[in-house]
Each structure stands twice: as structure tokens, then as C-alpha cells.
Design a binder for this molecule. Sequence first.
Ligand SMILES: Cc1cc2nc3c(=O)[nH]c(=O)nc-3n(C[C@H](O)[C@H](O)[C@H](O)COP(=O)(O)OP(=O)(O)OC[C@H]3O[C@@H](n4cnc5c(N)ncnc54)[C@H](O)[C@@H]3O)c2cc1C
Ligand code: FES
Length: 254
Amino acid sequence: MDIKRWDYQLEIVENKNICLNFYKFSIVSKEIATVAVAGQFCMIGFEKIFLRRPLSIYLVDKKKGTVSFLYKVVGKGTDILSKLSVGEKINVLGPLGHGYNLDIEEKKEPVLVAGGTGIASIHFLANSLKIKGSLYYGVRKKEELLCLDKFEKMGWKIFVSTEDGSYGYKGFITDLLQKQIKQESVVYVCGPTPMMKKVIDIAKGKNIFGYASLEQKMACGMGVCQGCAVKISNAYKMVCKDGPVFSINDIYFE
Ligand SMILES: Cc1cc2nc3c(=O)[nH]c(=O)nc-3n(C[C@H](O)[C@H](O)[C@H](O)COP(=O)(O)OP(=O)(O)OC[C@H]3O[C@@H](n4cnc5c(N)ncnc54)[C@H](O)[C@@H]3O)c2cc1C
Ligand code: FES
């Protein structure tokens, strides 16, 4: 298959703080905006870091050619990124990986489950799916909630949990999911590994099919360094090249 990806220096057209330590940044690339699908990511490089950092595509505007990302400052790379200004150039390699399967039977309900920055890839997915269903979104406290208004506008039913009880259900989003999920669902999950593990257990336990977008530390992002290998269906796969989205039936966390 002909893989289309680009590796070039692009100007930042937006880089703003949204809340707490969460930021949104955008670049303009008609090429990436045209071919990117939900679940894919780009490797972002800039001065003072050796390895590029993977970020999921949060939104594309095909007409304007903008490609946007949502990120949380967690270490050196994301901290430097948050301080870059509009007009400065960064290196963008992408779009990379395989996205979510968007073909679901009409009688099925898509159930999106997001934790933390997993909301970035889930947001692009919510935008791309023709059938709208439910979003289950878990964070630690209400100040960390991102883009709820956008999901509402798109017509998704929203269930939120906060660990401190400051908004929605108090506890883990997986508790709510376990109670409410219906047999005719297709699950899509992206978030911290313990949350994904639980969601996969719930879905498998109820014979519900779905997809999970895995996160691993990455160096090359293209299947060369083998640094992001995970065991999938008894064979090692590269999260960057074979994923990051895998069918949940193939995932067995060790
Ligand atoms: C396919 C993919 C998509 C991603 N999409 C997003 C996104 O949309 N928004 C976002 O905020 N983050 C996303 N991440 C995670 C993001 O790449 C890391 O947070 C970032 O690389 C950290 O860089 P740093 O230099 O700031 O932190 P570092 O100093 O490198 O690390 C700080 C902390 O973050 C952890 N960390 C570093 N890299 C990763 C990683 N790849 N996965 C999980 N934990 C990591 C480290 O273990 C450490 O605890 C994604 C990761 C992958 C693999
Ligand atoms: S990051 Fe190099 S093989 Fe996946």
C-alpha cells in the first residue's frame, strides 16, 4: 500500500494554554490535513530535544489545511513545546500509524472512552464517525475536562467522572461504563494503560467488540527502531507502525 506521509519544517500558527497544563497547537499542512484519519499521530521535533515526541491528531480542517494537537506538559519536551511562539518552526513527521476502524454496523452504538490526553485522539474520532453514540470521559478533577462543549455540539451523549467528585460521577469512568454499557456497543478507548486494561476486560467479559489506541515511548515513529514493541496476539508488533490502534481482542496486557 502506498503510505503518504510528510517530514518537514512548519510554522506554528497557534500554541495556547487551554487549562492547567494542557495546550493546543496547530500547524498548516494541506497534505497532512487531507489524508489524516482519526487515531493517527505525528512525531513533533524542535530545538533542544534529541528525539521527536508523538502526539495524536486532535482535529483537521481540510479546507484551511490546519492540523491541531492537544497536549499536556509532562516533561522536558512538552515544556519546551509549550513555550514556542506562533511563527516559530517545528519539525512535523506524519501522519503516522493506523487509525480507528470507522465502519460500524448501523444498529451498533459507538461508545468512546477517554482518559486524560486520550481525549485528543477520541475527539478526532468523534468528528469522523457518522453514527453518534456515547462518550465516557474520566479525569482526576473538573479543571482537567477538555472539549465537552465540542462533543455536545456534535451530538454525543456524555458521561463524565472525576476522581475527586468535583464533576459528574465520583470515581473511575470504568465503574460507570461497567454498569451502563449495552451489548450492541462498539468500544473505542484511548487513555492511561490501567484504564485501557480495565475497559478491555469489561468489553471482553461482555463479548463486546472494539478498538484501543495504545501509547508507548517512541523514538522513530516509523517501525525502524523497534522501541515501541508490544505483544499482540502472541507476536510482537510496533505500536507506531502496526498501531497505535489495535482490535481489543488481540490485546493481552502482561
Ligand atoms: C501514539 C501516541 C500518541 C500520543 N498522543 C498524545 C496527545 O495527543 N497528547 C499528549 O499530551 N500526549 C500524547 N502522547 C504522549 C506524549 O508523547 C508524551 O507525553 C510526550 O512524549 C512526553 O514528552 P516529554 O519530553 O514532555 O516528557 P518526558 O520527559 O519524556 O517524560 C515525562 C513523563 O511522561 C511519560 N511519557 C513519555 N513519553 C510517553 C509516551 N509516549 N507515552 C506515555 N507516557 C510517556 C514518561 O514516562 C514520564 O513519566 C502520545 C503518545 C503516543 C505514543
Ligand atoms: S518508535 Fe521506532 S519502531 Fe516504533
